[in-house]
Design a protein around this ligand. Sequence first.
Ligand code: ADP
Ligand code: MG
Length: 679
Amino acid sequence: MGLDDSVLTVRGIGPKKAQLLEKLPIRTLRDALECYPRDYEDRTHIVPIRDLQDGQKGLICAVVGTQPVLRRIRKGMDITKLRAFDSSGTIEITYYNNRYAAALLREGEEYLFYGRVQGSGSRRMMVSPASEHILPGMRPPTRIVPIYPLTSGVTQKDLEKVTAAALEECGGGFSDPLPAALCRKYDLIGLKEAFRCIHRPQSLDEVAQARRRMVFEELFLLCCGLQRLKERRIEEPGLVFDRGTPEAFWAQLPFPPTGAQRRAAEEIWRDVRSGKPMNRLVQGDVGSGKTVLAAVLCDLAVQNGYQAAIMAPTEILAAQHLESLGPIFSRMGMRCELLSGSMTAAQKRACKARIASGETQIVIGTHALIQKDVVFARLGAVVADEQHRFGVAQRADLRQKGVTPHTLVMSATPIPRTLALILYGDLDVSVIDELPPGRQPVDTFAVGEKMRQRIYAFIEKQIADGGQVYVVCPLVEEGELPLKSAEEHGAALKRVLPHRRVGILHGRMKAAEKDVVMNAFAAGELDILVATTVIEVGVNVPNACLMVIEDADRFGLSQLHQLRGRVGRGSRKSYCICFGADKGEQARQRLKILCGTNDGFEIAKADLAQRGPGDFFGKRQHGLPMLKVADLAGDLQLMQCAREEAEALLHDDPALAGYPLLRERVDRMFRADSGEIFN
Ligand code: ADP
Ligand code: MG
């Protein structure tokens, strides 16, 4: 027998049960080992009956004092009652529709009972407790009981059975993917011991030990994988851009760069002259001026005879990039154009022909730009805006097409540095931690429903003063609680402010329809734009000075901060108003953080601490392989160690030749989620 054998090899597991187990999904003994309990019940401390607390779970060691009495309450419902006692008091034990459990209990014998306690004094009772017989003269078999995730037809007992078999199977030596030296250095228990502690812990401390080891392993595997991607890239030859300097570019800008922009540009410059493909993330708060860095890279590419592509997540943003960068590029004598989904077929064909011939030097568009039918004469640099939509697998994809342009990704989701180093472990990171001068903070207020009329009056006032207003509603998913949908709310606003021009933008509209509305707002032809979060990413309407967010408690703090970044882009004093402050204490506290600071990194830190990384990034938004145990926020320290060790190990042994098992596990982790990355 081996760990990769089917659970069918376990005595007592037949084909039917095996099929049910597949849902968990457990097919092999190894799967069983890796099916971690979702919780543990501490049944190690026997509590005197007298000390049991109403509403709490407890373990007692008691003698059954009366024969169980069965009573039928109504059709299909019976109840079995008995009394049990220890030296401190008595308790009633009750089972509903479970004659079997009660029938196992015999008067005069001693049992362990574990369950939730109701009532106190002589009315104390325990409903449907788990029981375990204590043989005369034996020590009560107290233990920590793992609680497994279940599916219908599968019981805790079944899982105990298969995990027991799996543990036995790994009994005779078990190879550990973690190098032994690391285990010693960080005081980590071995893998075999960890599995034992996970499935059969003798104390909660053992559970914590096992968890720490598994978290380290997982982060270490993740970092090794990312580091392998990085090392492999470093081994590839990259284009060398040895002509041009950022200084020459700055001279063409209408404003001097901030210190942070200057630093990031230097880093880009160093990368593109290194002889290795650049793969760099620029992280900076909304409005910190990341676009200029895209231009720096494009400029270097063109000066060295290559083409550059700028990819934006939406057509609207692509058009805006053209608007802001186009004039700079043309002043520098570069040919730049937009490849847009809304162009006619003939226009697209002509545009692609100019890209293929090399006539167009810089092209701006959506992801469609790097697809097969767009052929570049000499693509030397790619900029991807808003990187969180762009996963590890996609980045690898780009390389597998045989293109090794220098790549710059820009993200406005500020992430604490330690975390960024993991999440973007295959990238180098530049941080823009400084805003252009003269930027006014956006005054932010959290309000409740009773302020609504006053807020409408405030909206009216801003428009009367010549400003424009965004109103954002959360995305409404089907069958959800009644929340404001953009359509309904837009209609309501039109009734409240009948003489104002209100545009509505929501996810079900076609891209071209969205463009029409967005462009009208940007051109000042609409006073109010009511939208779902489609406007979240990067749009620039400097005349907009008020952002109203409905049901703000439904958004993550970082997302709210992004939305707020849509205003305060021009000279107007700007405001952000969040509805939802009356939705409970937690909502109020969260919104308070937003009102208290305009610093995206601060907000990200608070957000991460409050929600944990799962919610912070949304489902798989980070594009990393699924993490099973590591809570990224909680384990920053461990994470740092795992990363440093992975870096050191791969530096010495880039192919992991000396660590075949580790290598296999890394491959498996990355393969499971995003297709073959290492091949
Ligand atoms: P983001 O980082 O959100 O992409 P942008 O690149 O869109 O920010 O820049 C926001 C605004 O700041 C733009 O209007 C841009 O022209 C302006 N800007 C960028 N850098 C500077 C600077 N160094 N000095 C003054 N204004 C700047
Ligand atoms: Mg931007």
